[in-house]
Design a protein around this ligand. Structure first.
Ligand SMILES: *Cc1c(COP(=O)(O)O)cnc(C)c1O
Length: 503
């Protein structure tokens, strides 16, 4: 069918193409199981396969989907593959994907209550559900952002507004002496750096505080840094504590940090982007101890709560201050109901917002809190199982505790260099590359105290013990081969979905 000269796709065509799309996706999920997690394409291959100019004449949807299959599918990194263990997993579930489609199709843009009462009020309800499920204090009001990176910018901007509201009008330049200082652990996420850069606070004014042997921020060193800064005439502003650091998922001692922040009058933002979801399990509630004294908190259901990217839940004890920092209503956005409703444009620098709450609502309802807990518990079990295999094998060592679903480890084969040495790092890097080249799994790495460390992050809804075991079997086999000096088998091609030659 070709497009009409006027208007949208005709309803009957939409019905047909919509069904075709769901059929296609159902097959794709099955296909994906037997195909490499990582794309085999060389940089530039996708660009080269596509025309440089947009078509002058419209094309049939079916043809476009065929090209998606033929040209773009080979360039998809399969985040929803059950063997995906890299970085942090991307929240995914098919009910969540359906909800995202629904949200787009009903085309809501929730800048004002009036522009979407449903999106505005559902966001309030679903964030209250999540707050209760995680056991966060009632005083926290929530708002949905795209990412935790956006959340930390808002947290620090609100902290700055609390301390120096005049900055909103005059900027930082006219403030005179004394720079605002922000503190986080050496293991905090790079989004904290980007937030201080974005806000014009200056990268030099972010102090990364050393961590203890288990990678947790040291409150004694934090206290010393704050005191040193005060003596130097700086203005300590905020601390970002991490619950579930990106490299090793360590948990900063939030209760002691909160006490220090209360004493020093500093804003405390808790970054629980990945691990915050674990608080839905009573046995993991300890992870958010100290939240009764934090000022703001972020958790990403798009990381470990089966909600497709992007959905970051930000909670703030002083949402009034956040609104004061960002509220601005030009004439054309004034509405008569403003005093009775929330207008989401007031809770951040963005005007327009997608109807993200819908997918979290669907995920929470479809699986239920029990269903989510069962799945998270299984991920914790799989991570512990893998950690146990590592611990029992003299050819491997675990390099960090496993509080959640991430295992940090490395190979320590006999005869390959000393334990701190470059040879061992190089061995582990080769091992990881060989493992990822199998296409069966995808793991990533980090560096801890000069050691090259392999990370296995469990969190995909489709992951089972089969993939965990496969990762472990391959790791052991490849480590043996590398140690004996034989080259691992070459990379198999990825099958084309459309039946042509592999790419
Ligand atoms: C992933 C992560 C972030 C950044 O998340 P985005 O939502 O992609 O911005 C921030 N902090 C921690 C601890 C993370 O793990």
């Amino acid at each position: 069918m070709m497009p009409d000269p006027q208007g949208d796709m005709p309803p009957e065509e939409f019905r047909e193409e919509g069904r075709r799309l769901v059929d296609w996706l159902t097959d794709y999920f099955q296909w994906s199981l037997d195909n490499p997690v990582l794309s085999r394409l060389r940089p530039g291959a996708i660009r080269a396969a596509l025309p440089a100019d947009a078509p002058e004449e419209g094309e049939a949807f079916e043809r476009i989907l065929e090209d998606f299959d033929r040209v773009l599918v080979p360039g998809l990194t399969q985040w929803n593959h059950p063997g995906y263990f890299a970085y942090f997993p991307c929240g995914f579930s098919t009910p969540g994907a359906l909800a995202d489609f629904l949200s787009t199709a009903v085309s809501q843009q929730a800048m004002l209550w009036r522009t979407s009462p449903a999106a505005t009020e559902l966001e309030e309800v679903v964030l209250a559900w999540l707050r209760q499920a995680l056991g966060l204090p009632e005083e926290f009001e929530g708002v949905i952002y795209d990412t935790a990176s956006t959340a930390v910018v808002h947290a620090l901007a609100t902290a700055r507004h609390a301390r120096a509201p005049e900055v909103r009008t005059h900027g930082l330049a006219g403030r005179g002496p004394g720079a605002f200082r922000v503190y986080c652990s050496e293991h905090a996420h790079s989004s904290v750096d980007k937030a201080v850069i974005t806000l014009g606070l200056g990268h030099d004014n972010l102090r990364r505080i050393p961590a203890d042997a288990e990678y947790r921020l040291r409150p004694d060193l934090l206290a010393a840094a704050i005191e040193e800064d005060r003596r130097a005439g700086h203005l300590p502003l905020a601390v970002v504590a991490t619950v579930g650091t990106t490299s090793v998922t360590s948990v900063d001692p939030v209760p002691s940090i909160a006490e220090l922040c209360a004493r020093e009058n500093l804003w405390l933002h808790v970054d629980a982007a990945y691990a915050g979801a674990a608080a839905i399990l009573p046995e993991c509630r300890w992870a958010i101890d100290g939240m009764d004294r934090a000022d703001s908190f972020v958790v990403n259901p798009h990381k470990w709560m089966f909600t497709p990217f992007d959905l970051s839940a930000f909670y703030c004890r002083r949402m009034d201050l956040l609104r004061a920092a960002f509220g601005l209503t030009p004439e054309y956005l004034k509405t008569s109901e403003t005093s009775e409703v929330r207008n989401l444009m007031d809770t951040g620098f963005q005007l327009g917002r997608r109807f993200r709450a819908l997918k979290l609502w669907v995920v929470m309802r479809y699986f239920g809190l029990q269903g989510i807990r069962t799945r998270l518990r299984e991920h914790l079990r799989l991570a512990r199982l893998f950690a146990d295999w590592v611990d029992r094998d003299p050819g491997f060592e675990r390099v960090a505790p496993v509080p959640f679903s991430v295992v940090c480890f490395r190979a320590v084969p006999r005869g390959v260099g000393e334990r701190g040495g470059e040879a061992l790092n190089a061995f582990n890097e080769r091992l990881l590359n060989a493992l990822n080249d199998t296409g069966e799994v995808f793991l990533s790495h980090t560096s801890l105290g000069g050691r090259y460390v392999i990370r296995l992050a469990v969190g995909n809804i489709r992951t089972t013990e089969v993939e965990i075991r496969r990762a472990w079997d391959r790791l052991r086999g490849l480590a043996d081969e590398l140690q004996r000096g034989s080259t691992p088998p070459s990379v198999p091609p990825r099958a084309s979905r459309s039946g042509g030659s592999g790419t």
